[in-house]
Every structure is written in structure tokens, then in C-alpha cells.
Design a protein. Sequence first.
Length: 113
Amino acid sequence: MQEMQSVDLNRDERIIFNRAALALRYENEEEAPINASSLDNARRREDVGNDLWHTFNRTQENIIQGGLSGFRTDANGRRKQTRTRGIKGIDQTVSLNRGLWILAEEMRKLKAA
């Protein structure tokens, strides 16, 4: 945790992290009802910060809890407002958390080099 807190990420790096997180959650980026920058919004004051640890926590919470506003295209090609669903299944939660942790660890290694 302390090592991740010492790794600052700029906006572009946070967006890259969040795009990879969306890829873990959705089949493809076009299927996701939100964009990567939506995952960077803190829900709690404790999650405000630009370091890797805070980015990881914000992303994890936003993906797993859901409730973010976004848009989907319906069968007729019209855009409809929607909210992301939270993840309820333990298998999907564990899989997503494992993927996010690997992503954060690799980002830490990359930034340390």
C-alpha cells in the first residue's frame, strides 16, 4: 500500500488504468455504458488523490458498486441513459479484484523503472 501511495499518476496514466479496468469488466470498450474518466471520480473524501493507491481504490469501488450514470444504445440505435450495475457474484468480484491488483502492481513496477 505504501509503495502504491508513493507512485503519482498523471491524468493520462489514470485514464489508461481505468480503460484497462473497463476491459476487465466489459467485453469491449464500446459495450461499456461509461467512459474511463467516470471511474476516476471519488465517492468518498478518503479516495481523493492522484497516486496509484487512490486510483486503484476509486476504480475498484466504482466498478464493483456500480451506480454510475452513462449511456447505452438500444436495439433501435437510440441512446438511452442508464446506470451501471454493481457486481453481485463472488466469482466475478474475485476475478475483477485479482485483475485490478495485477494491473496496479504492474503499473507500480512500470513507474518505478
